[in-house]
Design a binder for this molecule. Structure first.
Ligand SMILES: Cc1cc2nc3c(=O)[nH]c(=O)nc-3n(C[C@H](O)[C@H](O)[C@H](O)COP(=O)(O)OP(=O)(O)OC[C@H]3O[C@@H](n4cnc5c(N)ncnc54)[C@H](O)[C@@H]3O)c2cc1C
Length: 312
């Protein structure tokens, strides 16, 4: 990797897909300007609390341990680590791909690989953003102990929601499950114990959170909710939002084509609808969203880009 201003290629993201792409760009002797939003290696992995036992070569106690292993490998490699820079927008012009960064000068590249992954999905209701880190949480593993023995609420009808409800109840909390839809997407191994747990109450379905306000005079929040169409409210110490992940990528001009679910649409060669712009990893909505598939996708995209620049 060289001086950012001299690179043909911009690699955005340093999760498993980005790290794998960086390794293969180095193998193919492609000069790359490598950025990640925080300059760290690991992507979403430090926020994965479960053990990672389905990546060949080693087991990891949690995502942070795998992120550390990736960071150590990058530190020892002959190429540079990612620099801290967030891409704000990308525009296709006659010169190539013009990139605007947050807190950095704009630059032009011939190719860009977006390995920008996903982020935890939010409800998008008033008061949610302001409560994050206080009385709104996106992680039961990280925050269950903080609210042990108190009244809490959780939204999410998938594995994360149901497993999270059990985790919260195990700390002695009284748990309100607020579900939007009848069909549970969670595995039976989580659903059955939740349904029979004396400290978990599944509210009538659908129950929808409309807004979140800090509770006056004490810690916690008041949720304005709608239970089967009837307005109501619920006072809890914390609302846990466990509704999956969503793709994240900067705005592109012309608009980048996406799938119905909002992931970046790519062809078999990782090409997006914008010339010169490629995407790989979880941001393209793989059938199996996993470290192993992200790593393979990043490597293959780097190969295609290297080939397109005459490096093979
Ligand atoms: C709760 C949970 C549990 C999981 N458990 C497992 C498991 O057990 N086994 C398994 O194999 N997989 C698991 N996964 C999936 C795995 O973590 C992902 O598939 C993998 O991290 C995807 O890698 P990625 O590189 O595509 O994206 P990410 O890891 O999301 O990395 C994205 C990168 O892009 C950067 N970025 C984003 N936007 C910008 C921008 N505008 N400018 C600059 N940089 C930007 C970020 O800083 C980050 O470096 C789990 C995921 C979650 C959420």
């Amino acid at each position: 990797m060289t001086n950012p201003g001299e690179s043909d290629v911009l690699l955005v993201g340093a999760g498993p897909a980005g790290v794998s792409a960086a390794q293969w760009f180095h193998t193919y002797d492609v000069d790359v300007d490598w950025v990640s939003r925080d300059g760290r290696v690991g992507g979403i992995l430090p926020r994965v609390q479960n053990p990672i036992e389905n990546y060949p070569g080693a087991n990891f106690a949690d995502g942070a341990e795998l992120a550390d292993a990736l960071a150590d490998q990058v530190d020892e490699a002959p190429y540079s680590s990612p620099r801290a820079a967030a891409v704000r927008a990308i525009q296709r012009t006659d010169r190539g791909l013009d990139v605007e960064f947050e807190d950095d000068v704009p630059r032009v590249y011939r190719r860009i690989l977006l390995a920008t992954g996903t982020r935890f999905r939010r409800l998008g209701v008033p008061g949610e953003e302001a409560g994050l880190g206080e009385y709104v949480s996106q992680s039961t593993s990280a925050d269950a102990e903080r609210f042990a023995g108190r009244e809490v609420a959780i939204v999410g009808g998938g594995d994360a929601g149901f497993e999270g409800a059990l985790q919260l109840a195990e700390t002695g909390s009284s748990v309100h499950m607020l579900l939007r839809s009848e069909t549970h997407r969670a595995r039976p191994q989580f659903v059955e114990p939740v349904e029979s747990h004396p400290e978990i109450r599944i509210h009538p379905i659908p129950t929808v959170v409309r807004s979140i306000q800090p509770a006056s005079g004490r810690q916690g929040c008041r949720l304005e909710i709608e239970i089967q169409g009837e307005a109501s409210h619920l006072d809890v110490a914390c609302l846990f939002v466990r509704i999956g992940v969503e793709p994240v990528y900067p705005p592109c001009y012309p608009n980048i084509q996406t799938t119905d679910a909002g992931y970046i649409d790519v062809d078999d060669d990782h090409r997006t609808s914008v010339e010169g712009l490629f995407a790989a990893g979880e941001v393209v909505g793989p059938r199996l969203p996993a470290v192993s598939t992200a790593v393979g996708d990043g490597a293959d995209a780097a190969h295609v880009i290297a080939d397109s620049l005459g490096h093979l």
